[in-house]
Design a protein around this ligand. Structure first.
Ligand code: TRP
Length: 333
């Protein structure tokens, strides 16, 4: 069977380096392979915790898809679509919810984490509890076997595999495929304050940032706390700046920096300056492309609509199989 790769992101607007190099990097890695490829805007997932901000979704979608396209996604090779335009996701979500034990959902690690972070008010809705079921539906409706995501999504994929086994067992048929996560070599990217890079922590560097903004941000970025003075040696591997060097600076230079840091032969200021240069150089053509794309809102809208039609064709086929399996092929249609 042909490999099928699928992933999605909630429409949060501009993407930061953590999104780009923690997940998106793997979205384009297999572009030359003969795989089916589906990438989508998870707008229903955005509603699970942000219903009050729903009016921002259209604009955030355009911004995010502009980032995808400038980073290398190609509507001629990749099917780019929007979850809410492929209603079959909702129908499969409903059917899967009939066999999903509530206890499984309560045990998904992000469930408790998010309640702790966002508070009970924002997370007491039924849709939030069902988040992983909807995500499972997104993936298995295309029979995707490879899912490029950030490390934070691995538990959701484990949940999806459980649902696949449980469903196939329940109908006594191998309808669905168990998907595997596809992680990048730099799954964890730290933000300016040393925590994980995240929009909600306000510690991120964006593709949409100018070179000036990038330089300013890097200047204040947290480094290895061992290096209080210029003469204190540090451990590069534990420094957020070095983690970025690993993406933007060649291997030889990285090794040099690592050794120099351990001997206090390079200072953090100099190290950051070098990173700023390399980072801006690498992002420059991507940023340029973004500038050209982001105002072509109609073009972006249309490609999403076209992609959604293509995705629907796949999704419909699977849903037919699912209904035959549940109700028997004698079902009334
Ligand atoms: N939960 C994912 C995130 O927050 C978004 C998502 C929804 C997704 N459905 C998916 C990712 C299916 C991969 C596959 O990033």
């Amino acid at each position: 069977m042909k490999n099928t790769i699928l992933s999605g992101m909630r429409p949060t607007g501009n993407l930061h380096l953590g999104n780009l190099y923690g997940a998106l990097y793997n979205w384009i890695k297999f572009q030359e392979e003969d795989y089916n490829r589906f990438y989508f805007v998870a707008d229903w997932h955005a509603l699970t915790t942000g219903f009050e901000d729903s009016k921002n979704i259209p604009e955030n979608t355009i911004e995010m898809v502009a980032d995808w396209l400038s980073f290398g996604l190609d509507p001629d090779k990749d099917t780019i679509f929007m979850q809410s335009l492929v209603k079959e996701h909702a129908e499969l979500f409903l059917l899967l919810s009939m066999i999903t034990p509530v206890g499984w959902l309560e045990r998904v690690p992000s469930y408790k984490d998010q309640i702790a972070q966002l508070g009970k008010d924002k997370t007491s809705n039924y849709g939030f509890l069902g988040y992983p079921v909807l995500m499972a539906a997104d993936i298995i409706i295309y029979k995707a076997n490879m899912v490029p995501v950030g490390v934070d999504q691995v538990a959701h994929l484990e949940f999806t595999r459980e649902i696949v086994r449980h469903f196939n067992n329940s109908v006594n048929k191998e309808i669905f495929v168990e998907p595997q996560p596809l992680l990048t070599s730099s799954p964890k990217i730290l933000g300016l304050d040393g925590r994980k890079m995240s929009k909600s922590y306000n510690n991120a560097i964006y593709l949409s940032d100018s070179e000036d903004e990038t330089n300013k941000k890097l200047r204040i970025m947290f480094t290895d706390p061992r290096r209080k003075r210029r003469s204190d040696p540090g451990v590069a591997e534990e420094c957020g700046i070095f983690m970025l060097h690993k993406i933007f600076t060649d291997e030889d230079k990285c090794n040099e920096i690592k050794n120099d840091c351990a001997q206090a032969a390079i200072g953090c200021v100099e190290c950051k300056k070098l990173l700023a240069e390399n980072l801006n150089k690498k992002l420059s053509p991507i940023r340029e492309k973004r500038k050209q794309i982001v105002d072509k809102k109609d073009f972006i809208r249309e490609l999403i609509i076209d992609g959604s039609k293509k995705a629907s064709q796949f999704a419909k086929k699977t849903l037919e199989e699912v209904q035959d399996a549940i109700f028997s092929s004698a079902r009334i249609k």
